[in-house]
Write a protein that binds this ligand. Sequence first.
Ligand code: ATP
Length: 234
Amino acid sequence: MPILETRGLTAHYRDFQALFGIDLRLDEGETLAIIGANGAGKTTLMRALAGILPSTPEMVHLAGRPVGALSADQIMPLGLAMVPEGRKLFPSLSVEENLLIGSYGRKIQGYWSLEAIYDLFPILAERRHSPGTALSGGQQQMVAIGRALMSNPKVLLCDEISLGLAPVVIRDIYAAVPKIQQSGASLIVVEQDIGQAMAAADRVCCMMEGRITLEGKPGDLRREDIHAAYFGAA
Ligand code: ATP
């Protein structure tokens, strides 16, 4: 059984339709990358999965349960957490306070604790009392990932976690992905960098204009097919 599945998922912003019948499957323990150009609908898909944009019950299933009509507050305790685009930390709070917010009010037992996050990203332990504003972009991204993990999610959604970061920092952040998988979580990462997506993911989905245009394992996808699915036919 897939841990997360969509069936004909649609999404709208007022009368603008942004997603057109998305059928997506995330298997347990899998890392799925969603690639696509600006405006393809990747962030909209993450928002719909997380309950930020409304859909109908049967359009999204989490661990076999229809959750499409639930709000973000209702879905999160069922085991879904999101690292939003732009990190969205509380700037005046410390690293540790930002991390603790991720577990606030939730008593989901599991692998992740402050100590486990500091083990994953040791620099955060050194900077645990620093305010969010004093961190580099990469460190802020680590806090955003740690905060989402603190709820011990079954599924972690990561929206553009490498955007605007230096290659060496991106490498450090993606080095965490196998460790997160080992903790039992399944991941969806939205990524504009095709090479990065291919390297990190078990499977890749490409989106264009609100539809999935290509899906497969990195080793099975041909460069010209990816190009066509990403940019459209020439
Ligand atoms: P990016 O990489 O730029 O974030 P994306 O693939 O995540 O792109 P979305 O942000 O999901 O794409 O946008 C999909 C479509 O929905 C685009 O045409 C965009 O203009 C539109 N859109 C996104 N957010 C809104 C909004 N709040 N109101 C109206 N239209 C929106």
